[in-house]
Design a protein around this ligand. Structure first.
Ligand code: SF4
Ligand code: SF4
Length: 307
């Protein structure tokens, strides 16, 4: 473990780490930022919201984990009492109910479990049934890695074949709220679809991780659009700096978004990361990069709070 970083301690801060596409180094940044925060003396929680492929815990190896299932409610139609009035279909804002071949069909992948259909069914032909879609696991990582402030890791994991990623993310975030740590770092799923929205919603600061390639720039533009729509203060982490050819810095200047960290293209980072070890500890510049990044995140939050 490195020397603890002398950083200010926020009272309550939620930082989302996101990217417009996968493979940019988002997990590296999220885990390292969480470690930098806790080593700076701030009790922290890292919530892995990348529920399709969560791997923060692989790097941080939390101990004494506990697990809870994530379930959603789905409507079940009693065809024997249904009068095919269509009220349930009409009230469903998600198009999850259809009347086909003389019966009401439920499309579970579209259902949001809002319960509106149950309330409008006069003959009470709709019941609700819970279905497991994933689980949430949590535990604290070794104090030897973090110092006395501690770091909890919460992992949202979608069951294979399920599609209700936002439900799992909401459950993981709810567990993070129960932990009530001073800082919460959200490792959001890549992209800008509803899963990313569920992960980023209500964050105080959005950290966008990208790489200097044309694809990286294109997907950064999408992610910036999402951040703007949500009204979040943003900073960009430029990973694999020095490769790729796309001028991310010029884009950020045009959009008035600060580049808050540059992680160079360095074979040693790739080697350490590929072996599941911690770049913040095992690269000679790791502690400095991520300590500085944590300071920049605090500065962004303070700047936004002062507006
Ligand atoms: S609201 Fe009830 S009765 Fe009407 S179509 Fe739906 S399930 Fe059937
Ligand atoms: S629970 Fe809500 S989303 Fe699901 S089918 Fe009923 S109305 Fe539609």
């Amino acid at each position: 473990m490195s020397t603890p970083l002398a950083l200010p301690r926020p009272a309550c801060l939620t930082v989302a780490v996101a990217s417009g596409k996968g493979g940019t180094g988002k997990t590296l940044v999220a885990t390292s930022l969480a470690l930098a925060a806790s080593r700076g003396g701030t009790p922290a929680a890292l919530i892995d919201c990348d529920a399709d492929a969560p791997n923060d815990a692989l790097f941080l190896a939390p101990a004494s984990s506990d697990t809870a299932p994530v379930e959603v409610m789905l409507p079940v139609i009693d065809a024997s009492s249904c009068v095919l009035c269509g009220a349930c279909r009409d009230v469903c804002a998600y198009g999850a109910l259809r009347i086909l071949g003389g019966q009401v069909m439920v499309f579970p992948e579209l259902c949001h479990g809002c319960g509106a259909c149950v309330g409008v069914c006069a003959p009470h032909s709709i019941a609700e049934q819970s279905r497991r879609v994933g689980d949430v696991e949590w535990g604290r990582i070794s104090p030897g890695l973090t110092g006395p402030a501690g770091l909890d890791v919460v992992t949202g994991r979608l069951d294979i074949g399920e599609v209700k990623t936002p439900a799992v993310i909401r459950a993981a975030r709810a567990r993070g709220t129960v932990l009530a740590r001073a800082v919460t770092i959200l490792d959001a799923p890549p992209g800008v679809a509803c899963a990313a929205v569920a992960a980023i919603r209500d964050a105080d600061v959005l950290v966008l991780v990208t790489e200097p390639t044309p694809f990286g720039l294109h997907d950064l533009e999408l992610a910036v659009g999402l951040g703007r729509e949500m009204g979040l203060p943003m900073g960009v982490v430029l990973n694999r700096d020095g490769t790729g050819g796309a001028d991310i810095a010029a884009y950020c200047v045009r959009e008035a978004i600060p580049v808050i960290a540059r992680i160079p293209f360095d074979r040693r980072i790739a080697e350490v990361y590929a072996e599941g070890r911690l770049v913040i500890d095992e690269h000679p510049d790791g502690a400095a990069w991520f300590g500085e990044l944590w300071r920049s995140v605090l500065a962004l939050a303070a700047e936004d709070g002062a507006r």
